[in-house]
Ligand binder design. Sequence first.
Ligand code: GLN
Length: 525
Amino acid sequence: MAAKEQVSNMFDTILVLDFGSQYSHLITRRLREFNIYAEMLPCTQKISELGWTPKGVILSGGPYSVYAEGAPHVDHAIFDLNVPILGICYGMQELAWINGKQVGRGEKREYGPATLKVIDDSNPLFKGMNDSTVWMSHGDKLHGLPTGYKTIATSDNSPYCGIVHETKPIYGIQFHPEVTHSTQGKTLLKNFAVSLCHAKQNWTMENFIDTEINRIRKLVGPTAEVIGAVSGGVDSTVASKLMTEAIGDRFHAILVDNGVLRLNEAANVKKTLVEGLGINLMVVDASEEFLSKLKGVTDPEKKRKIIGNTFIHVFEREAEKIKPKDGKEIQFLLQGTLYPDVIESISFKGPSQTIKTHHNVGGLLENMKLKLIEPLRELFKDEVRHLGELLGIPHDLVWRHPFPGPGIAIRVLGEVTKEQVEIARKADNIYIEEIKKAGLYNQISQAFACLLPVKSVGVMGDQRTYDQVIALRAIETTDFMTADWFPFEHSFLKKVASRIVNEVDGVARVTYDITSKPPATVEWE
Ligand code: GLN
């Protein structure tokens, strides 16, 4: 991507250099909440290779000790940018290390809350703040002031809890303002970005739409064409709508019906995307092809691989049928990559480890010689949802729960057949319908029904039945890394169970999954 086409060249941007702290991405997150664009890059980033000029630089925390051999260090060119710098925890220790090396092991590790005592409340970094609770997480500390710095805040265990350079806007703080436990942390980050860096607070999705549409137009040019897969989920729909706004029918969306989508999904997606949103969509019914490949397969990993590979095969075959108006080949592939995937691939994993690249695109790029276009690459999920609302995407779709790529195939345990998929689909549909009716959909992060291929005895209308089991799952989570099951009212579960057994042939029993993650995963396979 040409440097001038980066979002960081279109909005005032704060550069966050990541030293590997588990909280680094939260710094970016918080700044975006004040409508300030921030981008995270590994601490090894060479400033000369940046391609844009930040309004300010934040050095994150990190698990290393600055004095240890092999510890990561920042490119000293950040000081030549002449913009404000804020070092957080390891970031502050790094500033001290560069200016006199007064860093060592503390007598006491400090993990958890501490009280920040502001010494110099006229300092713009502390504007509107008073003594407050801050979150600490460190074992090393400053044993003295770095050369040319003075103290502006202390805490019981950290005499140099806040420092600033005597003449330059270079700050260090020992605590983590980016975590919510630091009660006034947001104010501090905002002070840094707005009062000290003078970053414009214009990072809004309204502004993003315009700049992104322009960026896509420049990138694609006046005649080239783009393809992309849609799934019925929020990310691919928002990305497709944005492409359509930018280049109209030169964008071709493909929905592959793999036979394991939700009940009536292909038809519903077609209606919403084509009629509602004007997206140039082709629906390919490949359900027989997928189901025949899944025949006799019970291993979850094999199912996932078959579906992934068949998808690539079908997508490529159908893409070949599209004949661009300029007589050339399709040149771009749209991908709904989000910022957390990017963060995952660039976050600093240690000096000896190579940084992982992300593999969101499967084999499509190599095979098809396509260039990648990722309009949501800079956005967090909630920003994508906001963007979706602004682009007129229906509320229900914008707030839809995530759905796995292998779909119902991994929610039908054991062999996947058309009949089994039908049972799982119907049960799932009833369950989700009731969740929506009860007004619980938005409180739950993900809910679905699974079909367990075990037979169980029942009695219906005085007749003995011998049928399968449906397991219901509903979880609450913020990041899907850990999750807890949702505490439904008994009356709700009673109603759903009775509807499923009565309305879905082949089901004799319904159970509710009360396992958290870990030890269980969200999906059953
Ligand atoms: N590893 C450093 C320490 O223990 C920095 C910790 C951090 O940045 N959270 O002090």
